[in-house]
Design a protein around this ligand. Structure first.
Ligand SMILES: *Cc1c(COP(=O)(O)O)cnc(C)c1O
Length: 402
């Protein structure tokens, strides 16, 4: 019998050390639960950074995956396949836009949005060649490519990876005046996260989405919402910007679009933006493959049929309310939107990591983000009883300490 230690050792020996996972080796998952190689059961409260909104191995999504896998998996975009169109239609109609451009990972979708915005700037806004500027926020997380880390404000994400891509301007998050001041005649887009997930679950003031929409509209600047983590019900609406009835020019999606089984991402926009792309401009060998398309459709069906956004809203309010009532000397703040919740640990009591390790010992998998914050983001299929089960254990850790 191989132990947890054996599995970790082999992965550490043969894998690059670009992650620092918790010491738990998972071999099976179902719904909100996972089991490790020693048979111990845990409640998954990370959901693979919100890629598992529909839960582990949702039967409907697995059925779609298996059925499609037995028919056709990949053609490349050199040929058509009979699934892609229906998938694009479903996603475009759900979001309320003309078109979708499919990719695989979140970072690729962000790159696609940046390319679309720049080209729109040159063709439609008539910005002089190579002068396009894109405004982003401090403390952002949009992925790991060289262009994307070029505008990260996290030293570790950048150190050793230069030279960087020019053309980006960083302003403080949740600061509409800073946006207005940063815009020039060469600004083509403003890209932001409706809630900064990796940045420590930072929720902007109410009205922020509306304000950035007004400002960008006034200056003919595209508004790009990176909803890779906040989208598909996580914050209590299908898209987080819908909390303020805001319609960005481009929505970037990924993570839960793949239903927790397959990488599926893309950008959603109207023809005015999408038609800057012509054959040969941009592409991806796997983007829009029939397996991805079929899984993506099933992932969306589950969100809609099971009303997961509403569920996230109601259970998120309940969960946050109960968390705030815990009398903890260690907690600085509880914040969040829907089922994207952060519990910030006071600096004088150390980092969030040992609290996550204690939670793991009690059967809850959560991961620290930004040193001080424990993120709670369970699959949206979680029940109130399961949240109560978790709360009992969380309360123990937050009152007794580590
Ligand atoms: C996870 C994430 C990304 C990057 O997605 P990958 O699939 O890891 O490339 C980009 N933006 C946000 C907001 C994310 O949470």
């Amino acid at each position: 019998m191989r132990s947890t230690k054996d599995y970790i050792e082999i992965a550490e020996k043969y894998g690059a050390h670009n992650y620092h996972p918790l010491d738990v080796v998972i071999e099976k998952g179902e719904g909100v639960w996972v089991w490790d190689v020693e048979g111990k059961k845990y409640l998954d409260m990370l959901s693979a950074y919100s890629a598992l909104n529909q839960g582990h191995r949702h039967p409907k999504i697995i059925e779609a995956l298996v059925e499609q896998a037995s028919l056709l998996t990949l053609t490349s975009r050199a040929f058509h396949n009979n699934v892609l169109g229906d998938f694009l239609k479903k996603l475009a109609e759900l979001a309320g836009y003309d078109k979708v451009l499919p990719m695989n990972t979140g970072a690729e979708a962000v790159e696609t949005a940046l390319k679309a915005a720049r080209k729109w700037g040159y063709l439609k806004k008539k910005v002089p060649e190579n002068k396009a500027e894109i405004i982003v926020c401090a403390n952002n997380f949009h992925g790991r490519t060289i262009t994307i880390i070029s505008f990260s404000t996290e030293d570790q994400y950048k150190y050793g990876f230069g030279p960087f891509t020019p053309g980006f301007k960083v302003i403080p998050y949740d600061d509409p005046d800073a946006l207005e001041n940063a815009i020039t005649e060469n600004t083509v887009a403003f890209m932001f996260e409706p809630v900064q997930g990796e940045g420590g679950v930072i929720v902007p003031h109410e009205g922020y989405y509306k304000k950035v929409r007004e400002i960008t509209k006034k200056h003919n600047v595209l508004l790009i919402a990176d909803e890779i983590q906040t989208g598909f019900g996580r914050t209590g609406k299908m898209f987080a910007v819908w909390h303020e009835d805001v319609r960005p020019d481009i929505i970037v999606v990924g993570k839960a679009l793949g239903g927790g089984v397959y990488p599926v991402s893309g950008i959603i926009a109207d023809d005015e933006i999408m038609d800057v792309f012509t054959p040969g401009d941009h592409g991806s060998t796997f983007g829009g493959n029939p397996l991805a398309a079929r899984v993506g459709m099933a992932a969306l069906d589950v969100l809609i049929e099971e009303k997961l956004p509403d569920r996230a809203y109601e259970l998120g309010e309940y969960f946050m309310d109960r968390l705030r009532k815990i009398q903890s000397p260690y907690v600085k703040e509880v914040r969040g939107k829907g089922l994207l919740i952060g519990v910030e640990i006071k600096k004088e009591y150390g980092t969030a990591r040992p609290y996550c390790e204690k939670l793991r010992d009690l059967g809850i998998l959560a991961k620290e983000t930004h040193e001080q914050v424990i993120r709670f983001a369970p699959p949206l299929v979680i029940s109130k009883e399961e949240i109560d089960w978790a709360l009992e254990r969380i309360e123990k850790v937050l009152t007794e300490g580590i």
